[in-house]
Write a protein that binds this ligand. Structure first.
Ligand code: GAP
Length: 466
């Protein structure tokens, strides 16, 4: 019997991530820190592989895309123009008894089934009318529901008012802002022509009232975002759909299970005034079906607003037709941490091997697996075996990410690499040195083993990985 994907619990995922060096709680020796996590040796490699694949697919392999890498700290005027300073709010309510904070809209929706987002007075009344208890202390003593701006603010030398007092500077709550800031320079410095997209991978920060569900909702996370600029009269519906398909394809390419993906189209009455359509790609996490990626038609809102606030002309000059216009924008956005979590959940398989034995194996697609080949000498105290294994490692590591391991018995080494998701293990044994220079190559998924000559091993893996 195998147990995979969604019959697993978050506890199993969190435990594997820590045990195998994918994701650790941050600052654990000090008791952790506010739902922060650190990607460990295998997690950071997995993350880099996913980023590289995304960058290749959406920037390097496309004629209509360019990339940027903008700053985290940006001129606060940007966030005024984008509406974040005034409107990037969540509804906050405090329990006066245990002093804990909650998202009021989440409490109200759970109690009434109604989405009252943006109606703080109604939410205050609903909490009273339904006598909603505090989820932690179970008492009933709420403050009024009020807005809480989720942007993190800090201070910066030189950014002060006339009295020398610091003015707030914000950590970007999304990477998109930096793309709009570079739009004009991109037009002036490259050969892009409408339609074209600008991509960026980077950190974003949101002071979430309640973070949780492991790395699903954290306060410091990474996004991979695209702003795709189109002519205002373009028939955008098909392009919008194409981007959703691209998002779905990318998810599957990094091993996210197709069966756990779905879509959620935001109701028209809930859209921002400037958005023509917003559709989320959803994933069935063990704690429920939640947003994985977002896709929005943002009209000309951002460029027009920045043109107005900055006084700069941000129109696009079409040299062929002589037309000048502010482009509209399609925005496919990919949350990197959620993508990694969904990949880990989708790849997790627990296999019953019979006779009371079982194994956990991470069936990552080889191209994102943190280690591609593990190399073992059968015994660590036999110098000839270790030397030969080191030679094999030195050879293979030039092409593939390899790991050398001489610790413990072979069975345990295989189990460890299964949990890391290493597609192949190579064992150097006595036959290698005494007989025919062949090694055992073991396949992660089938556990089948075959003998391969060391002088043919590069071609062998070349074929396997292609
Ligand atoms: N520029 C559009 C934008 O930021 P969003 O839906 O707010 O849209 C995009 O965020 C993606 O970023 C989400 O689909 C999600 O994957 C990720 N994301 C948002 N908030 C997050 C958080 N607190 N923790 C982890 N990922 C988050």
């Amino acid at each position: 019997m195998t147990k995979e994907n969604n019959n697993i619990s978050m506890e199993e995922i969190v435990s594997l991530c820590k045990r195998r060096g994918f994701i650790f709680p941050a600052c654990e020796i000090y008791g952790g820190f506010a739902n922060s996590y650190s990607y460990g040796p295998y997690g950071s490699q997995l993350k880099n592989n996913i980023k590289a694949l995304w960058w290749k697919k959406f920037v390097e392999d496309r004629k209509d895309m360019v990339g940027i890498d903008g700053p985290i700290l940006l001129n606060p005027k940007l966030w005024e123009a984008s509406g974040h300073t005034g409107g990037f709010n969540a509804a906050l309510v405090d329990c006066k008894e245990c002093k804990r904070r909650f998202r009021a809209d989440h409490l109200v929706e759970k109690a009434t089934g109604e989405d009252m987002e943006g109606r703080n007075k109604d939410m205050t009344r609903a909490l009273q009318a339904k006598k909603v208890p505090c989820p932690v202390c179970k008492k009933f003593n709420w403050t009024e529901v009020r807005d809480f701006n989720e942007m993190f603010s800090t201070n910066m030398n030189g950014i002060t008012d006339e009295n020398g007092d610091y003015l707030p500077v914000y950590l970007r709550p999304e990477t998109a802002g930096a793309i709009f800031m570079d739009y004009k320079n991109i037009l002036d410095s490259t050969r892009v022509k409408i339609p074209f997209g600008v991509a960026q991978i980077g950190k974003a920060f949101r002071n979430e009232i309640v973070a949780g569900n492991f790395t699903f909702r954290i306060r410091e996370f990474e996004q991979m975002e695209i702003e795709y600029f189109i002519h205002p009269d373009t028939k955008w519906e098909q392009q919008f759909e194409n981007w959703l398909v691209e998002q779905n394809n990318f998810a599957q390419e990094i091993g996210i299970s197709k069966d756990l993906l779905s879509r959620y189209e935001h109701p028209k009455e809930k859209l921002s005034h400037y958005s023509k359509k917003t559709t989320d790609t959803m994933f069935k996490f063990p704690f429920g079906i939640e947003e994985l990626f977002g896709m929005a038609h943002r009209s000309d809102f951002d460029l027009s607003s920045h043109a107005k606030h900055s006084g700069k002309d941000l129109s696009y000059d079409d040299r062929n037709t002589g037309e000048r216009y502010i482009p509209h924008v399609l925005e496919p956005t990919f949350g990197l941490d959620r993508a990694i979590l969904a990949t880990i959940i989708s790849s997790f398989v627990q296999e019953d091997l019979g006779e009371g034995e079982s194994r956990i194996v991470m069936k990552f697609p080889p191209k994102i697996a943190p280690v591609k080949i593990a190399i073992f000498p059968l015994l660590k105290n036999k110098l000839e075996l270790v030397k030969k294994a080191e030679e094999a490692y030195d050879n293979l590591k030039n092409k593939w990410l390899c790991e050398f391991d001489d610790n413990g018995n072979i069975g345990k080494r295989y189990r460890r690499q299964d949990e890391i998701g290493t597609p192949f293990c190579v064992t150097i044994d006595f036959e290698t040195i005494e007989k025919d220079n062949s090694v055992t190559v073991r396949d992660r998924d089938t556990m089948k083993q075959e003998r391969v000559k060391l002088n043919q091993i590069n071609e062998y893996f070349e074929q396997k990985f292609n």
